[in-house]
Each structure stands twice: as C-alpha cells, then as structure tokens.
Ligand binder design. Structure first.
Ligand SMILES: [Zn+2]
Length: 335
C-alpha cells in the first residue's frame, strides 16, 4: 500500500473555459490535443463522469479563456489539425459566426469538422499554457509540494444536437468537463497513466477537495457547508445513488438530471428526453417514449432536486453562503 500523499503547500486550480472532456486526448479523443495535461494526469485522479452545474461562465481563480470562442490560437497551433477549408478565415474571430450557424439549425457536418479543427487547435494552445505553468512552478522549486487541479467551467457543442457554442444546452458535450486532481508526491511521476474514477463528480466538489489537499480534516469542509464531496476522500466513489443537476442560462432554462447511468433532459420548452449513457454516451437516442415509467421516475427526481435547492438557486446562479465564502477566503480560494 502506497504512503498517503502529503498535504500540499500550493494548490493550483486551473479552470479552462468551454473545454469539453470528449476533446481531450486523455479522455480518449483521437487527436493529441492535450499532450501536457495527459502528462500531468499520470498518477493523478481522472474523473470520467464530471459535470458542470451550469453550461455558462462563472468566476474562477486561475481562469484560462481558452479554448473558449474566438478560436484564434497563435502560431504554431492554428493549423495543427489542418487548415479549415469551408469557413472564411475570419470566421474563427467573428462573434456572430456561431450564433449565425445556430440560427440556421447548427453547422453542417463539414462546417462542424472545420469548427473542431479550430477548437482543437485552441485547446492544444491552452494545454501548452498549462504545461508552461507547471514548468514555472518546477523552476521555482515548488512543484514537489504542489497539488494541481485541471478542470473547466462547462463544455462546448461543435455541432452535436444541431448546436454550436454553449449556454443553452445541457447535453454531454455542453456539460461534461475534464476533471484531473494531481496530488504531490512520488507516486504521481512514477505512474504510467491516470487513475480513472467512474463515479459522478461535480464542480461543487472542488471546494471540499481543495480543503482536503491542504490537509484540512473533512469536518472542516462539512462545517463550512460545502454541498460537494472531497474528490480525494478514500470513500468518494462509494457515495451510492448520487444525482447531478445542470441548469442552462436564461429565463426559460433547460435542465439535465444525471444518475450513474441515465440522463434526463427537459428542454426550455418542457420537452423531456431520456438517455442511457452506458449504451449511448453521446446522448443521441431518446428512450422517453419507450420507457414511460422510468421517465416519470426521473421527472419526479428532477422535481425533488429543484425543490430541495429552493427558489433562490432557481433564479440565481448558486453562490456560496457568507460562511462558506469566509472559509474559502481562509483557504486562499477567494480573495
Ligand atoms: Zn465559460
């Protein structure tokens, strides 16, 4: 049995903007978009089923705009995965370009392929920035005592479900995010690959995780009123029947409720869809009509979830309580 990882002296939380898990090479993508992050994931915990509670941007600590639109990486990244052929060169910069694609029902397959080329290049650029951040910490002699978390605020659609961009949809591509937690210690750099965790994880888990990385006992996180669970707790994966809700932006939001296997989507127009992620990870084959009883149970679960969260979080994005903010400040998580 390996010795427990020592507490970190430095915890670096990198939040990429609009980085979908499925486009990272360490999450199985065919292109090598994230060579440096793949290396940092060695010996780290890699959460395969991490979701954002909201498909839009919120404030974060080390927030990297990339790979968020505009997809305009500098050389030599720009044409790394091929030169876009169908799109005008300025398309990657024009703020109305993605809305214009959506107004006519989303990108065509060829446009989506070009979109992915630019997005992947921008992600490779973001990956390089993360790699250089690691190099700076190493040069400063801090790396051995640094814990690193790499994640994203939400995902990005590149033509899936007839949509490009984020904010409005809550399907996998818009909400499933990378989540990698690398603890300090020898084990990390000796390992061949990441330790993959299948259990559902959420951005709500970050605050108690940061507390745990600094070596604070779990009671501290509990007292601070964090809603999530520490990702480094030995019993994290044994949490049982967890469900995660995602709510889109807007006055008429779309909702997703995910358990370990099923996804319920309720669109802004109230239309319900049901997906089995085990058989259909991309959430493309709607089972709502075929499984009315299961659909009803999931709808009831969503209603219970919303009721439990209360009206305040229905109309506002979730905000930590003053007591939690104080605890976060004490951890250096907030200024
Ligand atoms: Zn964002």
């Amino acid at each position: 049995m390996a010795a427990p990882a020592p507490p970190a002296r430095v915890v670096v939380l990198v939040v990429l903007d609009a980085a979908r898990a499925r486009s990272f090479s360490c999450y199985g993508y065919a292109r090598e978009t994230t060579r440096r992050i793949d290396g940092l994931a060695r010996g780290a915990l890699l959460f395969d089923n991490a979701f954002s509670p909201a498909p839009y941007t919120r404030a974060a600590i080390v927030h990297l705009r990339e790979p968020h639109f505009p997809y305009d990486p500098p050389p030599p990244f720009r044409n790394r995965f091929g030169v876009p052929t169908l799109l005008p060169p300025e398309a990657g910069l024009d703020p109305d370009w993605i809305p214009s694609l959506n107004r006519r029902g989303g990108p065509s397959p060829d446009e989506a392929a070009d979109l992915a080329r630019l997005y992947d290049a921008n992600l490779a650029f973001a990956d390089d920035v993360v790699g250089r951040l690691r190099d700076r910490l190493a040069a400063a002699g801090l790396w051995a005592e640094t814990a690193l978390i790499v994640t994203a605020d939400h995902g990005e659609a590149l033509g899936e479900h007839g949509f490009a961009g984020h904010n409005e949809q809550v399907y996998d591509e818009s909400t499933r995010i990378p989540l990698i937690v690398r603890r300090p210690g020898r084990e990390a750099w000796l390992a061949a690959g990441p330790k993959r965790v299948d259990a559902l994880a959420s951005l709500l888990d970050l605050a108690p995780t940061v507390a745990g990385l600094f070596g604070l006992p779990p009671e501290v996180a509990t007292r601070a009123g964090f809603r999530g669970r520490s990702l480094i707790a030995p019993d994290f994966a044994e949490g049982g029947e967890r469900t995660l809700m995602t709510r889109s932006a807007g006055d008429l939001p779309a909702f997703a409720l995910r358990d370990h296997r099923m996804t319920l989507i309720v669109s802004s127009k109230g239309q319900a869809q049901l997906f089995d992620r085990q058989a259909d990870p991309g959430e493309t084959r709607d089972l709502a009509a075929a499984q009315p009883e299961l659909l009803q149970r999931q709808l009831d679960a969503l209603a219970a979830h919303r009721a439990a969260l209360g009206r305040a979080t229905e109309t506002d994005e979730p905000r930590p309580s003053p007591r939690t903010q104080e605890a976060l400040r004490a951890l250096g998580y907030l200024r």
